[in-house]
Design a protein around this ligand. Structure first.
Ligand SMILES: COc1cc(C(=O)NC2CCN(C)CC2)ccc1Nc1cc2c(cn1)c(C)nn2-c1cc(Cl)cc(CCC(N)=O)c1
Length: 300
């Protein structure tokens, strides 16, 4: 068997205590480990000069030996670095040293909607409106720029100290030229749309499908097509086999049904979702207390 040092995806990167961005003459002190995803490990990095704390994604160059791996990372950064919106994680810098490639990103100190979901399960409808509305504003910004995220999921919806939602991880994102339908997707989105499974070509509508899954989980505490096995989940997606609990409000049920329409062209655009009656059909908080991370809020 391969020696541990040769085992590819498991070896954590060798990360120097002081990380140097030679081109900019910037130095970062490595802080605590925040988590890992794909080939990347993420740490809190403190800029030595400004004392600003950022999220630093570190990818060992040993993971980027094949050209397609380098190309994928280059595309992720090329797309992400151009973005500037309150509901999109900011990408600050991208640099390398002899061992690793580094990406510095906006630190979201309250982690992501995944951790909130694990702790709270279903949240109140005002909270679901609050979070989903911000996700839709971020998706609207991306779609206006002809960018499809393609991997919208709770773990990629980061939360800062004010519980503002920030869409991150553009590892599966792509740009659309004209009316083309994308034929390939290298990776496995979490809330995968039927047209991707059926390889019928896909476009912006896959992000709307994912937002439908996200709203469903926030309101009902579990994914709409959740099953014991991936095959069973895929079968339920192909058959559009899900139910909306009777506790759902009519506007919530109607919006979810539209976003989870098996026919992509019948799904609402991000603009139409943004204007949907669901966001006006009840209280929409302008901000949330951090206590929402752990307990049901008492709205005055
Ligand atoms: C202070 O900010 C954070 C703290 C934590 C945290 O407390 N993680 C603990 C660390 C200790 N272990 C035992 C439990 C998780 C996690 C994430 C934080 N912030 C944070 C993390 C961030 C970002 C912004 N902000 C961005 C952008 N990309 N990533 C990013 C990148 C990777 Cl490769 C992996 C993960 C972990 C998955 C997750 N959803 O937590 C995140």
């Amino acid at each position: 068997p391969a020696k541990p040092s040769q085992r590819k995806e498991k070896a954590p990167p060798e990360v120097p205590a002081l990380i140097t961005d030679k081109e900019r003459g910037a130095y970062y002190e490595k802080g605590r480990f925040l988590g890992k995803g794909g080939f990347a490990h993420c740490y809190e990095l403190t800029n030595r000069a400004t004392r600003e704390v950022v999220a630093g994604k570190v990818v060992p160059k040993t993971m980027l030996v094949k050209q397609y791996q380098r190309d994928k990372m280059t595309q992720e950064v090329q797309i992400h670095r151009e973005l500037s919106h309150k509901n999109i994680v900011k990408l600050f810098h991208f640099f390398e040293d002899s061992l690793n490639v580094y990406i510095t990103l906006e630190l979201c100190a309250r982690r992501s909607l995944m951790e909130l979901h694990k702790r709270r399960k279903a949240v109140t409808e005002p909270e679901a409106r609050y979070f989903t509305h911000q996700v839709v504003e971020g998706v609207l910004y991306l779609h206006d720029l002809k960018i499809i995220h393609r991997d919208m999921k709770l773990g990629n919806l980061f939360l800062n100290d004010d519980l503002v939602v920030k869409i991150g991880d553009f590892g599966l994102a792509t740009t659309v030229d004209g009316d083309e339908r994308k034929k390939t997707l290298c990776g496995t989105p979490n809330y995968i749309a039927p047209e991707v499974l059926n390889k019928m070509g896909h476009s912006f509508e896959v992000d709307i499908w994912a937002v439908g899954c996200i709203l469903y989980i926030l309101l009902f505490g579990q994914p709409p097509f959740e099953s014991k096995s991936l095959e069973e989940t895929y079968s339920r997606i192909r058959h559009n086999n899900y139910t909306i609990p009777s506790v759902a409000s009519q506007p919530a049920a109607a919006l979810i049904r539209k976003m989870l329409d098996p026919e992509p062209t019948r799904r609402p655009t991000a603009k139409q979702v943004h204007r949907d009656i669901f966001f006006k059909s009840g209280f929409m908080p302008t901000r949330l207390p951090v206590s929402c991370l752990t307990m049901v809020p008492k709205f005055a």
